[in-house]
Design a protein. Structure first.
Lengths: 234, 222
């Protein structure tokens, strides 16, 4: 039953992604100043939204692990699996943001990269979560979950400070499209629809990968637990 | 009250006074970094003032990692760390003592390095020189507090010496940015460093608090 649901969900996701692609490339009107290049927006921004969402999942998982680790062992393991899955899939989406951003910037600004607030914050965020994954890889034994949870909290705490410090330093990235003032927001309904479909499609796709990664991690935890039990019994 | 902190601090200072391992190795390492940067960038005139702040901060950062790696490695031998975990004193005191000791070591290195720096980069401070006495300790505290915490965290991993800079540097980045920009604006006298000093202060308060709160978790991680 579980497999059928996941398969159906995967099919629906693929349909959504095809529909999103069609909307972004063929239906949405051409932008006035940036022309065709602006279409990368429909991939860049949804990826960024999904990445930030999954880093938040990772943070909640880390806090959950530290909260439950003494009282409810199973909940703690579930939290840890979410923390790991969120960080891993978040890093993948953040990488997409960091690749599509310079591609766009090269045409729109004439440069690949600039040390502006949002770019630097995203890069530092990526570095922090890569170091989180490295810690999980390097540290061995049962304490790795605790150490990783602590680092996860530190990393999340660092992000607003990085953002503020860079905003005071310099800013080139365009003002937020949504909620950035009275003039912000996408005015063309066809553009808004294409954007909305792509957010939905990439979110669905991200959640699929996230849930699969979570299941794999849970299975691995159970195998490790089983092996530890076997070793005790032997 | 704070008895354990004092005991740990005196012990660390006494060990350092007898061996002078940390200060000597940091001093030489920082000197090497300064010389290497001078060779790589050929600092002259106004340009030397532009980069001097960055070089000083990065040299301190690299040098302190070598000492921070040793800070807990000493406690691993003879199971001292296990004994400290069993001791009925709060881990925060142990942590704070380590931070204070390493803060003193790094500050000594900076004081000894300062004249060399002024000579190599032909510096004369254009802005308010006394502000440096605010910026450098604040930046050093940010580095040492986080560094000591992450050294305790990475001591449990397989490649501990390698892991510390990998997890410390990304977290330290905003403080490094503030430290470098404040130092540069003091040296060049072009802009007002107050904003960056405030940022450093905020960073120090936030991260020192979180380190103190979470240190017991790291110390007793099983």
């Amino acid at each position: 039953m579980k497999k059928i649901i996941i398969s159906l969900y995967a099919v629906a996701t693929i349909v959504l992604m095809v529909w999103g692609f069609y909307q972004a490339i063929y239906v949405a009107p051409e932008e006035q100043t940036m022309h065709e290049v602006q279409r990368i927006f429909y991939y860049h921004v949804p990826s960024a939204m999904v990445a930030f969402l999954f880093f938040a999942v990772s943070l909640i998982g880390s806090i959950g692990f530290l909260g439950f680790r003494r009282s409810r062992a199973v909940w703690a393991q579930i939290s840890d699996a979410w923390a790991l899955a969120g960080a891993e899939v978040g890093v993948v989406f953040c990488t997409i943001v960091l690749i599509t951003g310079p591609l766009w910037g090269r045409r729109a600004w004439g440069i690949w990269w600039t040390w502006d607030a949002r770019l630097t914050t995203t890069l530092v965020l990526w570095l922090i979560y890569v170091s989180y994954l490295l810690l999980r890889r390097f540290a061995a034994g049962p304490q790795v979950q605790t150490l990783a949870a602590v680092l996860g909290i530190f990393g999340a705490l660092d992000v607003p400070i990085v953002y503020m410090s860079n905003r005071w330093w310099r800013t080139q990235h365009p003002a937020p499209v949504f909620g950035g003032g009275p003039d912000s927001g996408i005015k063309d309904p066809a553009m808004l629809a294409a954007f909305g479909w792509n957010v939905l499609a990439w979110l669905a796709w991200g959640v699929l990968i996230l849930v699969l990664r979570y299941y794999v991690e849970r299975q691995q935890q159970k195998i490790a637990e089983h092996e530890a039990q076997e070793a005790l019994n032997a | 009250m704070l008895h354990a902190l004092w005991t740990h601090l005196v012990k660390d200072l006494r060990i350092e006074w007898r061996s002078r391992e940390a200060v000597n190795s940091m001093l030489f390492f920082a000197l090497l970094v300064v010389v290497l940067f001078s060779l790589a960038f050929d600092p002259r005139g106004a340009f030397s003032r532009e980069i001097a702040g960055g070089v000083l901060c990065v040299a301190t950062m690299f040098a302190s990692v070598s000492a921070l790696n040793q800070a807990w490695a000493r406690e691993i031998r003879h199971q001292v760390l296990d004994a400290q975990r069993m001791a009925p004193t709060p881990g925060a005191e142990l942590f704070l003592a380590k931070v204070l000791a390493n803060f003193l070591f790094v500050s000594v290195v900076q004081l000894l390095l300062a004249p060399v720096f002024l000579v190599f980069y032909n510096l004369h401070v254009e802005g308010q020189a006394w502000q440096l006495a605010l910026v450098l300790p604040l930046g050093t505290w940010a580095l040492v507090a986080n560094g000591t915490f992450f050294a305790a965290l990475s001591i449990r991993s397989r490649n501990r010496e390698l892991l510390l800079p990998l997890i410390l540097f990304p977290i330290f980045m905003p403080a490094l940015l503030a430290m470098v920009l404040a130092t540069t604006s003091i040296l060049t006298g072009d802009s007002d460093p107050t904003l960056w000093i405030k940022l450093l202060l905020g960073y120090d308060i936030i991260f020192t608090t979180v380190c103190l709160l979470l240190f017991d978790v790291v110390l007793n991680a099983e």
